[in-house]
Design a protein around this ligand. Structure first.
Ligand code: SF4
Length: 65
């Protein structure tokens, strides 16, 4: 499972980081940090990562098929 991140769309709400802190975070400037950019999300984080995708209010996150 991979997630695509539309960094231009992201508004730094941080809800994804609340849902999946091992997958997403925000830096000091409220810029999104995605820890598995270009890589597979490890199995143990997939459930939380899916929840994060669902909760993003601006649809900046998408699960790739
Ligand atoms: S929830 Fe969406 S808008 Fe908010 S930081 Fe995460 S990706 Fe960005």
């Amino acid at each position: 499972m991979q997630i695509s991140v539309d960094y231009a769309r992201c508004e730094g709400h941080g809800l994804c980081a609340d849902q999946a802190p091992d997958v997403f975070g925000l830096d000091d400037d409220a810029e999104l940090i995605y820890r598995f950019d270009g890589a597979e999300v490890p199995d143990e984080h997939r459930s939380a990562a899916r929840a994060a995708v669902t909760v993003c209010p601006v649809a900046a996150l998408r699960v790739l098929p």
